[in-house]
Structures are given as C-alpha cells and as structure tokens.
Write a protein that binds this ligand. Structure first.
Ligand code: DSN
Length: 414
C-alpha cells in the first residue's frame, strides 16, 4: 500500500486556522439547522487521493482514462442512495444543493417556464427563485407561503395558486419550515395543475432516511437533497428519481452545470449513505426530532414565541421580537456564550433580512454529539436566560460556563 497519509501539517497558516475551527466546534454548541458534525470516516474519505482524479462523465462512460476505481466509488454511492431512499435512479455528482436544484430544473423545465415554490421570506430557499440566483434569473418563479394565523402552509391555498398559474413545475421544500410537508397533497395538486412535482428535501433528507419524515420519493418526478445537513455526510448535493427523467438529469448536471465531479466527496457521500442505512441512524434521526421538540417546549415555557407553535422536524423558528430583540441581537447574545445559530426572517417579518425578527435553531448537530432531551431542556433554559434577562457580565460568564460543561461532557471527536 503506497503512503497516502494526510497527516502532514507543514502549512502553519492554514493548519492554525483549521485547528482553531476544530476547537471552536468542540467548544460551541452548534444550533445552525443546516449544519452537522460528520463521522471521522466521512472526513477521512474526503482527504484521499481521489481528489487528484478527473472523471467527467458517468461510471463506464468517462472522458478520461484510469477511472476504474472511481467508477467503483460512484457506483457504490449511487447504489447506496437508491437503497436508502428506495428509488431506482440517483445522480450523486452535484457539488451543492443549489447545483442539484439547477440540474433538476434544467431537466424538467425550459428557461422562462413558470415554477411555483415556497417564498424565501416564509422559509423557502435562495435557489427557489431569488432574483439574484440562477433560478430567479432563468425561470419565471411565483411563490406560495404560510398563513398568517397558523404560520403553516395551507394546501388549499397552494392548490388555488397552482390552478390559477398552471406552472410547469410545482416545487416543495424549504430551509426554515418546522412542519411536516404533505407530499401526497403536493403531488395531487401537481396532477390537477398538470405540473411536474419537484421536491427539495435538503433539510430533511436525514429524517427521511431515518423514517421520521414521510418520503417524497413515491410522489416527486425529481427529488434533490444536500448530504451535509440532517444526513450527516460531506458538503454536497444529490438528485434522485424513479424514471428515465434521470437521463435528462444526468446531462443537465454534466455537462449542463458542472465539469469534473468531486470524486473524493462522492466517496464521502458513499460512506455517509452506508452510515445512514444503519439502525443507529434511525435512532439518531428520532432523537434529533425529539430534541427539537424539547427545545421548543423549553423556550415556550420561558415565554418565547415559537413560530407555528412548535416543530415536527429538526428545526424551530423563534420569534425573538417576543423578547424585545431583533434576530441579529439574539444571534449575537447567544454567540457571546458559545451557542451558534442564525438570525432568520419569520413569516410576515417587518424587519429586513440582515436584522430579522427570529432565530432558526436546529438540533441535528447537538444530537450528533450526544445531547439528549434532558440536556436540550437545560440548554433551552440557558437560551431563555440569554434572550429574556438583563445581560450582566456575571450572567454571561455563568451561562458560558454551563455551555462549556455541556460541550465538554459531549465531545464531538474525542
Ligand atoms: N443556506 C442553507 C441553510 O442554512 O438552510 C441552505 O442552503
């Protein structure tokens, strides 16, 4: 076996920053809902000689020689994705979720076609039609949102909009929506409106894999996902399907939107997909949701308003205006005591996005490091203290100490 150790650390400028980031992750409790801590083996796969290889094309049909081993890796990733999500076709090459969405849209719609998707202001995603994103630039996006009273999607309203617009694509999926998505209802509306149903399950892919969120696969023409959120894999994207639409998807991904695939990342995707097929992963997904619900309860008990009254998945949106703060102020207060999260618009927000009236909290990463309901409830009380009480130096120091105790008790990579 040739020496392929990746333990060389001579570039001190880079490694000092990497080591500082490792220490930050160990020290802070990560509540950014789109982040997670992968296994060591997922990370190890990314630091391999596969990064040296060009492999434009697909297994068995490449534009470069010497692809026999990366073919094995890509076949493993595709087969594991199909088995995990119970579908017959997979493209594991998209470099990110946005590039997966680009591949999917290019496969099922023509430039200028109309797409009906969830509004970014109500929890959608940049690649679902933001005017400065490829999606908004090349397609004619229209948006549905949540209702003002329930803060949930009303499927009758989506139906009304879809029947009035008759879009080429109905897109379901969100990055800040705490409730179960009703994929059968989306599919029925798509049928009535003669639209293709596309699902972006980036946030909930790990919950679908773990059986704690219904799967979109039986309903959607194409399903996109990212591998690094609840799925606990490397940063990257993927597209799943159950028909020959995959041929259009494949050519939309390469050569349509990308050149050479990142084979080292595809190896890490394969490792993560195997991990996600183990029974422990189903327990992890279940705990992630239980922890999110415990966190929502603790915050509500402390007087904070939770958007839509709670959560069904791995994330919750907290209306911090209910504590007299903007989202930016709340994010800063929590950051000061080593709790990381992001400010987020809440539905019908009156503040601009860089200020916002909410914070989005997710439990995928803290569950990966082992926190359970008891610890999350304790964490919730600390968050309430930071957001609702006067910020004295003594208080901040005490809360920072309590966070450090939790983080030390649950090391990520010990
Ligand atoms: N920006 C990611 C998120 O935080 O949800 C989605 O791509």
């Amino acid at each position: 076996m040739p020496e392929v150790s990746n333990e060389i650390r001579s570039d001190r400028e880079v490694w000092t920053a990497v080591e500082a980031e490792a220490a930050r992750q160990e020290r802070q409790l990560e509540l950014i809902a789109s982040e997670n801590h992968t296994s060591r083996e997922v990370m190890a796969a990314m630091g391999t000689v596969l990064t040296n290889k060009y492999a434009e094309g697909y297994p068995g049909r490449r534009y470069y020689g010497g692809c026999e081993h990366v073919d094995t890796v890509e076949d493993l990733a595709r087969d594991r994705a199909k088995a995990l999500f119970n579908c017959s076709r997979a493209n594991v090459q998209p470099h990110s979720g946005t590039q997966a969405n680009m591949g999917a849209l290019m496969a099922i719609a023509e430039p200028g076609d109309s797409v009906l998707a969830m509004s970014l202001d109500h929890g959608g995603h940049l690649s679902h039609g933001h005017p400065k994103n490829f999606s908004g630039a090349f397609y004619d996006f229209h948006h549905y949102g949540v209702e003002q009273d329930s803060e949930r999607i009303d499927m009758d309203r989506v139906r009304e909009q879809a029947l009035a617009l008759r879009p080429r694509v109905l897109l379901a999926g969100a990055s800040a929506y705490p409730r179960t998505l009703d994929f059968p209802a989306f599919a029925e509306i798509a049928r009535e409106a003669d639209a293709h149903l596309m699902v972006d399950m980036a946030h909930i892919a790990g919950l679908v894999a773990g059986g704690v969120h219904p799967s979109p696969l039986p309903h959607a023409l194409v399903t996109t996902l990212t591998t690094h959120k609840t799925l606990r894999g490397p940063r990257g994207g993927m597209i799943l399907a159950d028909s020959d639409i995959i041929k259009k998807v494949n050519s939309a991904v390469f050569p349509g939107g990308q050149g050479g695939p990142l084979m080292h990342v595809i190896a890490a995707k394969a490792v993560a997909l195997k991990e996600a097929a183990q029974p422990e992963f189903a327990s992890y997904a279940r705990s992630t949701v239980e922890n999110a619900q415990a966190l929502a309860e603790a915050l509500a008990a402390g007087g904070l308003r939770i958007i839509s009254g709670g959560t069904d998945n791995h994330l919750l949106l907290v209306d911090v205006d209910s504590a007299g703060l903007s989202g930016r102020e709340a994010e800063d207060r929590l950051h000061a005591v080593d709790i990381t999260c992001n400010k987020n618009l809440i539905p019908f927000d009156q503040r601009p996005p860089m200020e916002a009236s909410g914070v989005r909290l997710g439990t995928a990463a803290i569950t990966a490091r082992g926190l359970g309901v008891a610890e999350v409830t304790q964490l919730g009380a600390l968050i309430v203290e930071m957001l609702r009480e006067e910020q004295t130096e003594a208080r901040c120091e005490r809360v920072r100490g309590a966070v450090a105790e939790l983080a030390n008790a649950f090391p990520i990579y010990a």
